[in-house]
Write a protein that binds this ligand. Structure first.
Ligand SMILES: NC(=O)c1ccc[n+]([C@@H]2O[C@H](COP(=O)([O-])OP(=O)(O)OC[C@H]3O[C@@H](n4cnc5c(N)ncnc54)[C@H](O)[C@@H]3O)[C@@H](O)[C@H]2O)c1
Length: 251
């Protein structure tokens, strides 16, 4: 038996990067996966390619910064499958900037794609997770836990997501719902672009990884996301799981 048999999973930012890695890992455990992303071509191509291989996915074009688009997405998932078992709030867009120069636009980009999308989707999906005793996985960051300089707009959104994850774990544990957070490091398209713009920062991050490499989106982050979504982690909630090659230790 596969670990996610008969489960319906929503993965935001599922068209690329870590999200696409999780989509691939989930379908291989027999989940039906809803790929949610603004990148229509990439999302459709991934969905079509996986469906051709015999997996079950659907792509729903969604702008995470738009609450109406989030509601339309959830409504479509329910109309299609009638249930939601797993919500992976993975997508997050942001720009690096010195604290005093962070613009309203930059702050809004990070808060809207990261924090507000995670917050509103959680509010919209938790009633369905109550029915399935489902679970959710949110995304944090080691840079946010350390408070890296020039990452202000990203850090505030990420740590708000972590706080919210603990609230959800406490508030909905009695309904059998679990909420955990992954803090990853992986070589995604986003990291590739960031590396080009910030080669020194990239080298510094790499030097700080005891396992001496960036993770693989499907084969390093995917299994952790399968674990937290499956019965294997049924007594784990409200936790931050560092899937970062050992970069950050939480004692
Ligand atoms: N990659 C890393 O090393 C790393 C490190 C720490 C934290 N993280 C976190 O992990 C998660 C995934 O990171 P990644 O590197 O794969 O990101 P990425 O930039 O490679 O991919 C993000 C995805 O989100 C989608 N997206 C962006 N804006 C959107 C919007 N408005 N509506 C819908 N979709 C939108 C993009 O199209 C893309 O497919 C993020 O929360 C990120 O902050 C990543």
């Amino acid at each position: 038996m596969a670990k996610l048999d008969n489960k319906v999973a929503i993965v935001t930012g599922g068209a690329g990067g870590i999200g696409a890695g999780i989509v691939r890992a989930y379908v291989k455990e027999n989940a039906k996966v809803v790929i949610v992303d603004i990148a229509e071509e990439k999302g459709k191509a991934l969905s079509d390619a996986l469906n051709e291989q015999g997996y079950e996915t659907v792509f729903i074009k969604t702008d995470l910064t738009d609450k109406a688009s989030l509601q339309a997405c959830v409504d479509e998932v329910i109309a299609t499958y009638g249930q939601i078992d797993i919500l992976v709030n993975n997508a997050h867009a942001s720009r690096m900037q010195g604290f005093l120069d962070i613009t309203e636009e930059e702050l809004e980009l990070s808060m809207k794609t990261g924090f507000f999308a995670t917050f509103y989707l959680s509010q919209m999906v938790i009633p369905y997770l109550k029915e399935t005793k489902g679970n959710m996985i949110n995304f944090g960051s080691g840079a946010a836990m350390k408070g890296d300089k020039n990452q202000g707009s990203y850090v505030v959104a990420k740590e708000a997501i972590r706080g919210m994850t603990r609230v959800i774990a406490n508030e909905f544990g009695e309904f059998g719902i679990r909420a955990n957070l992954i803090s990853p490091i992986a070589y995604s398209e986003g990291v590739e672009q960031w590396k080009e713009a910030n080669p020194e920062y990239y080298e510094k991050v790499l030097e700080g990884i005891p396992l001496r490499r960036f993770g693989d989106v499907e084969h390093d982050i995917g299994p952790a996301a399968v674990f937290l979504a499956s019965e294997d982690s049924k007594y784990i909630t409200g936790q931050t799981l560092m899937v970062d090659g050992g970069s950050i230790k939480i004692y």
